[in-house]
Design a binder for this molecule. Structure first.
Ligand SMILES: C[S@@+](CC[C@H](N)C(=O)[O-])C[C@H]1O[C@@H](n2cnc3c(N)ncnc32)[C@H](O)[C@@H]1O
Length: 270
């Protein structure tokens, strides 16, 4: 079951503060850099780019002749993307206002590198993978970074925040991702890379993030339900951890590396 929420309002409301609310890890960018055959003259696209916080990290390490297109459905997030690019002195960028689902109608280009960070669960997965198969250049590579349903269940919110796992039903499982890639002609899964991070925070920092809806999941809750859940979350954490100023846990993410299919004959779907 997928729960509805006002996606447009959610992202408009947090666009300004988004980068401070979320943790930006460098390891996924290091992995992408290691897996790119060249760091020169690349056409890059980020689907659901948001503020482009990962894109600037990547572009900072690539040659200046690389170009990036950020696609996002939310104008406020895209505005932050443009600000961020300029702040990092990356002038060769395009900010495209479109949903991923509508993007094929306005795009005829191919890209050497296709990226998507923390956005898969907002898209129609089949349509996203079909789009990737259409826009990936023959030697291109796509990197899709997300957390799986299982990884979400094992996070601090999944374990201790009431109904967080129940409401967060949009995340994919490894099997669903593998099968949907298999069902998409023209691309294949090259690698699955798992990331693990030891996190530490104060209880009040965790509560502040929730109050600011750092995950869109919190915009699914009714106001009163969210307040009660925050109260229960605080009580549970105080009970579990001796020191509420030093709460520690492990976060996990996954990167799917996808390339053009090397299969000589595609199986048809019949
Ligand atoms: C959780 S944010 C991630 C932003 C960024 N990739 C990051 O990791 O910081 C998800 C982004 O996807 C965008 N988005 C959601 N649904 C979309 C869709 N169908 N097409 C394009 N963008 C979408 C939202 O506006 C938002 O900026």
């Amino acid at each position: 079951m997928t729960f509805n929420f006002d996606k447009e309002n959610h992202f408009s409301a947090i666009a300004n503060s988004y980068q401070n609310l979320r943790t930006t890890d460098e390891e996924p960018i290091a992995y992408i850099l290691e897996n790119l055959k060249s760091h020169k003259n690349l056409d890059i696209i980020d689907l659901g780019c948001g503020t482009g916080r990962y894109d600037v990290l990547l572009l900072d390490e690539l040659d200046d002749d690389c170009r990036i297109t950020g696609v996002d459905a939310n104008q406020e997030m895209l505005d932050e993307f443009s600000v961020n690019m300029k702040l990092h002195r990356h002038s060769d960028f395009h900010a495209v206002s479109s949903t991923i689902e509508e993007f094929p109608k306005i795009n005829s280009k191919r890209y050497d590198v296709v990226l998507s960070f923390n956005a898969l669960h907002h898209f129609n997965l089949g349509k996203l993978l079909t789009l990737i198969s259409q826009i990936l250049s023959p030697n291109g590579v796509a990197f899709l970074f997300t957390r799986t349903r299982n990884q979400n269940q094992r996070s601090i919110l999944g374990k201790y925040f009431p109904k967080f796992d129940y409401y967060e039903s949009r995340l994919v499982s490894l099997t669903e991702m593998e099968n949907t890639i298999l069902d998409t002609s023209g691309i294949e899964l090259s690698e699955i890379k798992v990331f693990k991070y030891l996190r530490k925070a104060k209880l009040e920092e965790l509560v502040l993030q929730v109050n600011n809806h750092h995950y869109s999941t919190f915009s699914i809750y009714e106001k009163e339900e969210l307040e009660e859940s925050i109260y229960d979350f605080e009580q549970l954490l105080r009970y579990e951890f001796d020191n509420s100023s030093q709460i520690s846990w492990i976060d996990r993410n996954v990167m799917f590396k996808i390339v053009k299919s090397r299969r000589r004959f595609e199986l048809d779907n019949s």
